[in-house]
Design a protein around this ligand. Structure first.
Ligand code: ATP
Length: 307
């Protein structure tokens, strides 16, 4: 990992709800994932970011046990994801990037059919979830719009009250109101149940308010892992107020994540008042601390710098 704020890594692999340990994946001779180190605990919402082809869906495939790792491990509930019991699997919910199949069934038929595999889904029909999905139970799956299909996919992933949600671009086809309401619903659900979510999206502003940590992937590797508390409190764009270059190199210990479009703007991960006075002494002019970084500006700078 070339840059980032490390979240705490506990010692025991079995203790983590989700744990990737030097995970790698090759398709034929093509290395698609390499050396992924990732942990998530109950209550975590992990935003998985990365350009197209970075490896996000492949990583999710390894975590839901669809893909066998080529190297390393993908552990869920302390066990290899490919060896989970039925009971373990019923504790997971997965929204694929595109929902396919069952085209001849009606919405209600599919809900009832899949519900048989999840006793909790029958017991605890969530009125809020169904109201949000807003689907006509009699419509055939093949006649649903793209957004309605995505709503159905989300409904099916959440109905059985999973402890772990793996969501591959779940909001890509949702309208703005649907996206906003889904993210609120998701946040409430995860908080009430102390469940965990790994969620990918290219709409960074959606994930920023809900994520507890962010993982940025680039070319199959983890480029950065950010704790969002630390990101909000300590990640800042800094530059001199006269937009001139720094008179001396930035002090050692100031953790630089990236440089910005403005060549003298620097994104730092561990900003605090001590750095402010130190830099004010070093430079001839006052140092300006810009507004706290947004996830989008940080992502663009980090991915742009590394590309
Ligand atoms: N079954 C496969 N066989 C060969 N290559 C594959 C296979 N599945 C994925 N890949 C390759 O792995 C790389 C990562 O793909 P992946 O779908 O994981 O990326 P992603 O980050 O989810 O992208 P996007 O944001 O576009 O959805 C891509 O180069 C893709 O072509």
């Amino acid at each position: 990992m070339s840059a980032g704020i490390q979240s705490n890594m506990a010692v025991n692999a079995q203790d983590h709800l989700l744990y990737c340990n030097h995970l790698g994946k090759c398709f034929a001779n093509k290395e698609v994932l390499r050396d992924i180190q990732l942990t998530a605990e109950p209550g975590d919402i992990v935003a998985l970011l990365g350009p197209n082809g970075a490896g996000k869906s492949t990583l999710m495939g390894c975590l839901i046990g669809l893909l066998e790792p080529s190297t390393g491990q993908a552990l869920v509930f302390g066990k290899p994801a490919t060896e989970l019991s039925e009971e373990d699997r019923s504790r997971m919910g997965y929204v694929p990037q595109s929902f396919q199949g069952f085209s001849w069934l009606r919405v209600q038929e599919l809900i009832e059919y899949l519900g048989q595999f999840y006793p909790k889904a029958r017991r605890a029909l969530s009125p809020t979830l169904h109201a949000w999905a807003d689907l006509d139970p009699k419509t055939r799956i093949k006649n649903l719009s793209g957004g309605q299909r995505q709503r159905l996919s989300i409904l099916l992933a959440l109905r059985h009250q999973p402890d772990l949600l793996i969501l591959d671009e779940p909001v890509a086809s949702l309208d703005p109101v649907g996206r906003r309401d889904f993210l609120q619903l998701l946040r409430d659900y995860l908080r009430d149940r102390q469940a965990t979510a790994l969620i990918s999206s290219h709409i960074l502003s959606d994930l920023e308010p809900v994520a507890t940590q962010t993982v940025i992937m680039l070319n199959g590797a983890m480029h950065a892992q950010l704790s969002m508390v630390q990101f909000r409190e300590q990640t800042r764009w800094i530059r001199r107020d006269d937009a001139e270059p720094w008179s001396r190199p930035l002090p050692e210990g100031l953790q630089v994540l990236a440089t910005g479009g403005d060549q003298y703007a620097v994104l730092v991960a561990n900003w605090n008042s001590a750095w402010a006075s130190r830099l004010a002494n070093q430079e001839s002019s006052e140092i300006v601390v810009t507004a706290p970084a947004t996830l989008e500006s940080a992502f663009l700078a980090m991915v742009g710098t590394a590309a």
